[in-house]
Write a protein that binds this ligand. Structure first.
Ligand SMILES: O=C(O)CCC(=O)C(=O)O
Ligand SMILES: [Fe+2]
Length: 355
């Protein structure tokens, strides 16, 4: 087994992983805390066609009821998506010692490492990740000294194509709540391109014969406004559905629908919409026989932008449910508190609200 620890982040190299049985360090005990169900009947995750004339209404409903949906007709060229997946494969196929040349020093840095979430859990995940904050150029030069430009070009092109899609969806989400065009421009980070910050994370989940006992990513919510997940049609993502009339809390497997992205609601969106849209807890599972790769494009706000509940969405006499927060402040809280307590920490005590 090759196990590597950097300062604050744990990485293991599953492709070098020789085992007769899963080591205790990687065997999760509570994976079956809730039943896992297929996305059928009342658990059918909405698929929304971006050309649908009722787009705004459908997106609003999906965000309120689910916090996750799939989008079709998104306009991102299949050729770009193919190139993107090829570069992702190329990256993760590099030998471990090469990838470790660009190891993250800290969980939230750019570079190669484990995911930032598993530090909060006692077990290792069966995954590796590469995070791109601004340009991947410096890292790509270390990974492929003689041929780094194709990786950089494709990653830049992907981010350039995804950015307007993020704006379009955020716009539709806010319109669905009755926020006017003018308010979206003037009051939210959407008004100015400079106020939106994005992060691109590439994930690799090697196959594991004992897949039922390992986990790719532990349960978490994402911390930006929205996240786009692309997995090239390979199943593995599960979302935690809240208890409702159709059953107890349950893991719903996200279906594979060709040519779609999964979109999920993150913590900052919960703050901005004053809890009207709820973040969504999800996890990544592992395949027994296949190596899955996915990307998460996090759409959030620039580091100095203060995000607070839109006054339009606060109830008169009750006021905002959350304090104003910047993205780094929220990340810091997620880092120092246990992972799911950050939003609780910025909740405004009802006794202190202007009732
Ligand atoms: O791999 C996936 O499907 C999910 C990735 C994810 O949740 C993340 O990177 O935050
Ligand atoms: Fe996530």
């Amino acid at each position: 087994m090759s196990l590597h620890e950097t300062r604050k982040i744990r990485i293991h190299q599953p492709e070098n992983f020789q085992f007769d049985s899963i080591p205790d360090s990687h065997a999760w005990v509570d994976l079956h805390d809730h039943p896992t169900v297929e996305p059928v009947g009342p658990d059918t995750i909405p698929v929304i066609d971006l050309n649908d004339p009722k787009l705004v209404e459908k997106i609003g409903k999906a965000c309120e009821e689910w916090g996750v949906f799939l989008i079709s007709n998104h306009g991102i060229e299949p050729k770009l998506l193919n190139q993107f997946c090829s570069q992702m494969h190329r990256l993760f196929a590099l030998p471990a010692d090469v990838k470790l040349k660009v190891a993250k020093a800290d969980a939230l840095d750019a570079g190669y490492g484990g995911d930032p979430i598993s530090r909060f859990f006692p077990k290792y995940t069966w995954s590796e990740a590469f995070t791109i904050l601004d340009s991947p150029l410096e890292h790509a030069k270390k990974l492929w000294p003689d041929d780094y430009s194709s990786f950089c070009e494709v990653m830049e092109e992907y981010k350039k194509a995804m950015n307007p899609l993020g704006r379009r969806l955020m716009h539709a989400m806010l319109l669905s709540l009755g926020v006017s065009e003018e308010e979206i421009i003037n009051v939210t980070p959407m008004g100015d391109f400079g106020k939106i910050k994005t992060v691109l994370s590439l994930n690799s989940y090697p196959a594991c014969p004992d897949a039922d006992r390992v986990l790719g990513l532990p349960p978490h919510s994402d911390n930006g406004f929205i996240t786009f997940v692309y997995d090239n049609g390979v199943s593995g993502l599960q979302i935690l559905r809240r208890k409702d009339d159709n059953g107890p809390k349950r893991w719903v497997t996200v279906p594979v629908v060709p040519d779609t992205f999964v979109v999920n609601v993150g913590d900052l969106m919960q703050v901005l919409t004053n809890g009207r849209f709820h973040n969504m807890v999800h996890r990544a599972t592992i395949g027994k026989t296949y190596h899955r790769m996915s990307s998460a494009y996090f759409f959030a706000s620039e580091l100095d932008v203060k995000v607070s509940p839109l006054s339009k969405l606060t109830d008169p006499g009750v006021g905002p449910l959350y304090k104003t927060v910047t993205w780094p402040e929220l990340l810091q809280m997620k880092n120092s508190l246990s992972y799911d307590e950050a939003l609780e920490a910025i909740k405004i005590d009802s006794n202190l609200r202007g009732e």
